[in-house]
Design a protein around this ligand. Sequence first.
Ligand code: ADP
Ligand code: MG
Ligand code: ZN
Length: 273
Amino acid sequence: MSVSDYIPVIGLEIHSELLTKSKVFCTCSAEFGGERNTRCCPVCSGMPGTLPVINQTAVEYAVRAGYALGCSINKFSVFDRKNYFYPDLPKAYQISQMPLPLCINGVVPIDYEENGEKKHKEIRINRIHLEEDAGKLLHDESFAGSLVDFNRCGVPLIEIVSEPDMHSSAEAKAYLETIKSILQYIDISDCKMQEGSLRADVNVSVMEKGATEFGTRTEMKNINSFKAIHNAVEAEAERQIELIEDGEKVVQETRRWDDSKGTSYAMRSKEDA
Ligand code: ADP
Ligand code: MG
Ligand code: ZN
């Protein structure tokens, strides 16, 4: 078989930092930057005995995103602890939403051009949930080790999870562009991809034309430009098709996309697969 016998299947998880003055569970400033470790307190740095208090504006912004993306708003929604161990996360868990998010079942119309043809399509949104961002690791060459800046810990994020409804790099790019312009229009995020306030995890699988079941997917984390999403989807679909054509299997894993090299490499196998 050849490349044209396969269809790529793509689903995006888009993270967007909200433009609130303060963080999502404490009163620290949520502004980008600042002198390292000056915008943190016992709550967002995870001291024992502290209690989070929800930022009302963050909830309102997430609900606004839900309405703008055609979602139903859950009147009852729940926060959960997502446990993982990493130095940029002082609590060792992220407050997120798992089974009962704020918004569910949306739809986003996209208009785009592919092979010289104007196209229109609707991409379904599975959910939008509210969560907190992690800190930042700084890898300084003059220093034998890594430093951590907690200023970003607890900055409010929404995660917009699409259904796997996209089938080309052009669709994935158009979807991300559409989400960006909607979030900017409703004024809840500045969507500065270069500062990380808009970033996407890109899930890709391939299936034979006519197949009824999806193939195994991989996920590429924190793609932060339109060029990168285009290149990452193209390269990953090609890599998977080659594996299948060689009689090998696609492994479900998280991969890191290196846009300067135009290639991705395995980071870890899916922790909860
Ligand atoms: P997880 O919680 O492990 O990230 P989800 O079921 O929430 O998994 O899916 C994450 C993303 O992966 C969603 O955007 C979804 O559309 C996409 N996705 C799921 N299955 C596939 C697949 N077979 N191919 C491509 N994308 C997929
Ligand atoms: Mg995921
Ligand atoms: Zn704080």
